[in-house]
Design a binder for this molecule. Structure first.
Ligand code: HEC
Length: 204
């Protein structure tokens, strides 16, 4: 009897092991076959999560231009995530003073003057002037290593892009954000290149 119990529990154990081990290979191996309704639903859920993360992590704050309305300043969602508008002139301020004394930001919250010069919030839409041609790997490199265009050898991203905080997001979260950005309405907007400081940065 004891032997029987021993053998059956051994069998049960190995069965359990057999069926639970492959689950560890989530998520890619367990993905539903491409093109099926289940896979489409999975993609939709991923995009929904990405949209939620973009909304709650404040990406619109810097990457979406604002407009003045009767209720005050509001997000201009018709230009959602398209970055600093190319046709807006650079901030007309005393840059020398700003670089030494403080920080200036435009009403759109998309152009920033500080000790690093001028930085302009990037276009994150699915257009080619945004992240339309990026691979997921590039997006991970941009957020995890703070590299322009997600290219390892390119310049570091300037403030106030908080990549140093966002790098703590999980692979799943970053992948969902990227899937969402790829699904956005493409908006053509070539954001101006940043400008170096006019003074020597402190400590130089
Ligand atoms: C406080 C303002 C701010 C917030 C919040 C912010 N960004 Fe940025 N982001 C910037 C600025 C400014 C740049 C341009 C930096 C530069 O040119 O070096 C930038 C650049 C980027 C880039 C690099 C684009 C390129 O062409 O290399 C990516 C990707 C990016 N942001 C994604 C995001 C995402 C996703 C979120 C939300 C999770 C977010 N940003 C939130 C200000 C911000």
């Amino acid at each position: 009897m004891k032997i029987f119990l021993f053998i059956s529990s051994l069998l049960l154990f190995s069965f359990l092991l057999l069926f639970t081990l492959p689950l560890k290979d989530l998520p890619e191996k367990n993905r539903k076959p491409a093109g099926t309704a289940a896979a489409l639903q999975e993609d939709q859920e991923k995009i929904k999560l990405g949209e939620h993360l973009v909304l709650t992590s404040g990406c619109h704050d810097c990457h979406t231009p604002k407009k003045m309305t009767a209720k005050g300043q509001e997000f201009d969602f018709s230009r959602a995530l398209s970055g600093h508008p190319a046709d807006m002139p650079p901030p007309d301020v005393n840059r020398k003073e700003m670089e030494q004394k403080g920080l200036v930001v435009t009403q759109t919250l998309t152009a920033w003057v500080g000790p690093w010069g001028i930085s302009y919030a990037a276009n994150l839409t699915s257009d080619a002037t945004g992240i339309g041609n990026w691979t997921e790997k590039q997006f991970f490199t941009a957020i995890r290593k703070g590299k322009y265009k997600g290219i390892e050898t390119s310049r570091s991203l300037l403030p106030p892009m908080p990549w140093d905080m966002y790098k703590n997001m999980t692979d799943e979260e970053l992948s969902a954000i990227f899937a969402y950005l790829k699904s956005t309405k493409p908006i053509k907007n070539v954001v101006p290149a940043p400008e170096p400081p006019v003074t020597n940065a402190p400590g130089k």
